[in-house]
Design a protein around this ligand. Structure first.
Ligand SMILES: *Cc1c(COP(=O)(O)O)cnc(C)c1O
Length: 223
């Protein structure tokens, strides 16, 4: 069942789009089933949960922290996390850098941009992203690698609205890529990823430039 769901999604994906299997709240047996089907990238949104699951999965499992992250919890995931999708403050970026130094590694991150017309979602405005990049470029943050942007569209049936939100982020991403020389913290070989799209809207996200989709319920069932 899980294997078939993964296969069905993979068949729809262009080669440049990576599938992150969002396994939050799901038991380890389900992750193992996905792993056996060839899935390596898993998304979790709670630090405690990913810390519990990580030792129970093979070492080449890639852990993606997709939810809001508190600075005081970064230390627990710093030794092993593959990509932190939801960096939304300079303080968090600095903390990730500090913990990466302690672990003698570089940690990959995405900046979360607020694109939805909803009160509840975290993230930075475009202006705040630029402020963060300007400030971060003056700091010595050599152990974080900014790989791109992440966004979540409004939870709505209005596909035009969803497409507009995704396209807005896509255009902002392209603008930053074009103006990358203004932000020394950004590196052309790294700043390539646009994490957008979930079970309900990943087809639309891919249409608008997504390179990473975060899919939970369409693989593991509802939560
Ligand atoms: C839960 C979650 C997803 C996956 O949602 P589904 O609708 O189950 O595919 C994707 N991104 C984030 C940030 C999430 O918290």
């Amino acid at each position: 069942m899980i294997a078939a769901n993964i296969e069905k999604i993979r068949q729809q994906l262009p080669g440049h789009v990576k599938l992150i299997a969002v396994s939050k709240t799901k038991p380890i047996e389900m992750l193992q089933e996905a792993y056996a089907a060839g899935q390596r990238a898993f998304g979790e949104n709670k630090v405690q949960e990913v810390v519990n699951k990580q030792p129970q999965m093979p070492l080449d499992t890639e852990w993606h922290l997709i939810g809001h992250l508190q600075t005081n919890k970064v230390k627990y995931i710093a030794p092993f996390v593959h990509l932190i999708h939801a960096v939304d403050s300079i303080k968090l970026l600095e903390t990730i850098n500090k913990e990466a130094v302690k672990n003698n590694r570089t940690i990959n991150v995405l900046l979360q941009v607020y694109i939805a017309k909803e009160e509840t979602k975290f993230g930075l405005s475009n202006e705040e992203v630029i402020e963060l990049l300007n400030y971060a470029s003056t700091q010595q943050l050599q152990n974080v690698n900014i790989c791109g942007l992440m966004g979540m569209a409004t939870n709505t049936d209005n596909t035009t609205q969803i497409e507009n939100e995704f396209e807005g982020l896509h255009q902002f991403f392209n603008t930053l890529k074009q103006e990358m020389h203004q932000y020394p913290i950004l590196k052309a070989e790294s700043f390539k990823e646009l994490s957008m799209g979930m079970s309900s809207d990943y087809e639309l996200a891919i249409k608008h430039g997504s390179t990473m989709i975060r899919v939970g319920s369409s693989i593991f069932g509802g939560r």
